[in-house]
Ligand binder design. Structure first.
Ligand code: 4AD
Ligand code: MG
Length: 469
């Protein structure tokens, strides 16, 4: 690695120092104290700067001018240390830093909440402003960052155009009524129509608006100009479900391909997931090893198998038959026409298939209006990808490109065609078969880290009753 801005009188990241193969004099490290042990005539500090899981051992000798101050800076303090990197006699580490000078940039009170012991994830959520300084959350957020980059790389290398779809929107793409309202009308006495309803025409945008639940509809518009496109951005859902896999604000990746059918859509989803998993195995080995040891034993073997596996496919109708024949009693009844619940999804992916499975061709009545109606007239070209432990990780479909069928489906779903005239326009002028899907980035991170709660893979989770930090 060449000299970087970090090296030039600034600081050297711990990750870089730990990868050195020869001793080095005069190196400056800055970071936060994980542990501090004052011994006789010497103090040992584990200094971590978040660049990697490991901390660097810093040795403070009593010769330091400010030894008293530095050796009592406290767990959590921020230090800058300059010294020489020498081979460490201690087990489990190659190098330690013999300090020549140390500056306490920010001392820490003794009530610093992240002391060296195991804390529960529930507790760590209450100190989300600090949890990035723990091993687990350091690893989670490094993987999150690496995989966000990987998402872009996958699509950019394949010629997909990245489109920024709007956050504020007047349409509810999924039609589930889960929009967070965006308004500047006074909550107390909003202007009313003659009929006594809130007069949204007088609102900021001159109509009723909210935060987007999906960038898909605008993504489709771009696919009919740029062929292959993707979005990657925050989405918002005001669904009041307090589960370990629902967040009110989450990030979604939504590719959309012109000239693609459902089979091509599934093929892209499969390639994408396998590619991301392979990327993580190759580029995030230290953090994955940590998850493998501390969070989910067998994780790496599972991911390696996934990177090579062929995903299974099963129609919804077949899935219902399998569930009916299972001999299980589920909390929610199984019947053709009912949506699959988390318990059904997990049974299918964990017990029937034992791996990822696409469920395709759902009943039209339980899926969104934009999905293409199959020739049987009662199912749509939809797919959900289910994976063990997490359940649904991807939802996608071939889109209805036939204007007349689409209008009928909208009417049936209670959506006025006028309100989506621009969406219908692309069916009038150069319509084409197209398909896409949405991958929930947090669900994917749960799958790849073994973390069991969505609140623990997003920096500052938003869930019902919680928007702290
Ligand atoms: O199945 P969904 O609702 O599909 C769509 O939004 C389509 N417009 C996607 C498309 O075809 N372009 O959501 C897609 C994925 C789900 O499979 C799930 O992984 C994730 O988004 N997801 C959530 N993740 C966290 N919290 C929530 N409340 C989620 N709702 C959906
Ligand atoms: Mg879905």
């Amino acid at each position: 690695m060449g000299e970087t801005a970090h090296d030039r009188g600034f600081r050297t990241p711990v990750k870089k120092v730990l990868s050195l193969t020869a001793p080095l004099e005069g190196v400056t490290i800055k970071g936060w104290v994980r542990t501090i042990r004052r011994g006789k005539g010497v103090t040992f500090i584990e200094l971590n700067d978040g660049s990697c899981l490991k901390s660097l051992q810093v040795v403070l000798s009593t010769d330091l001018e400010n030894y008293e101050e530095a050796s009592r800076c406290g767990t959590g303090a921020c230090l800058s240390v300059t010294g020489d990197l020498v081979p460490s006699p201690a087990a489990g580490q190659n190098w330690e830093l013999q300090s020549r000078s140390a500056t306490v940039l920010g001392a820490a009170d003794s009530d610093y909440p992240l002391q060296k012991k195991r804390h529960s994830f529930e507790y760590l959520r209450t100190i989300a402003h600090l949890r990035g300084r723990s091993n687990t959350f350091g690893a989670v957020f490094r993987i999150r960052s690496a995989l966000a980059f990987a998402v872009h790389r996958f699509f950019q290398e394949r010629g997909f155009l990245y489109v920024h779809t709007p956050i504020i929107t007047a349409n509810d793409c999924e039609g589930a009524g889960e929009l967070f309202r965006v308004t500047t009308l006074p909550p107390k006495d909003p202007p009313l129509t003659d009929g006594g309803h809130v007069d949204w025409q007088q609102d900021f945008f001159g109509e009723k608006t909210g935060l987007t639940v999906s960038g898909q509809l605008q993504g489709e518009l771009f696919a009919t100009a740029f062929s292959d496109i993707y979005t990657f951005g925050p989405t918002f859902r005001a669904e009041n479900s307090n589960t370990s896999r629902h967040a009110s604000e989450f990030w979604m990746i939504e590719p959309e391909m012109a000239f693609a059918d459902l089979a091509a859509d599934c093929a892209l989803a499969e390639d994408f997931l396998r590619w991301l998993v392979t990327y993580a195995l190759e580029n995030c080995a230290e953090d994955l090893t940590f998850f493998n040891e501390r969070i989910e034993p067998g994780l790496i073997t599972r991911l390696e198998a996934l990177a090579k596996a062929q995903f299974s496919t099963m129609t919804y109708t077949e899935a219902v038959e399998r569930l009916e024949k299972s001999g299980r009693t589920f909390e929610f009844p199984v019947a053709w026409g009912n949506d699959l619940q988390a318990e059904h999804e997990r049974y299918l992916t964990e017990e029937v298939v034992g791996g990822p499975v696409f469920i395709t061709d759902y009943p039209a009545d339980i899926k969104a209006f934009y999905m293409r109606l199959n020739d049987d007239g009662r199912t749509v070209a939809a797919m959900d990808l289910l994976v063990p432990r997490v359940g649904e990780i991807i939802g996608g479909s071939q889109r209805e490109e036939r204007s007349d069928v689409l209008v009928q489906r909208m009417r049936k779903a209670g959506i006025s065609p006028e309100s989506l005239s621009w969406y219908l326009d692309i069916r009038r002028w150069g319509s084409c078969p197209h398909a896409g899907f949405g991958l929930g980035f947090e669900r994917f991170l749960m799958y790849i880290t073994g973390m069991e709660n969505i609140r623990d893979v997003i920096p500052f989770p938003r869930t019902p009753d919680n928007a702290r930090f």
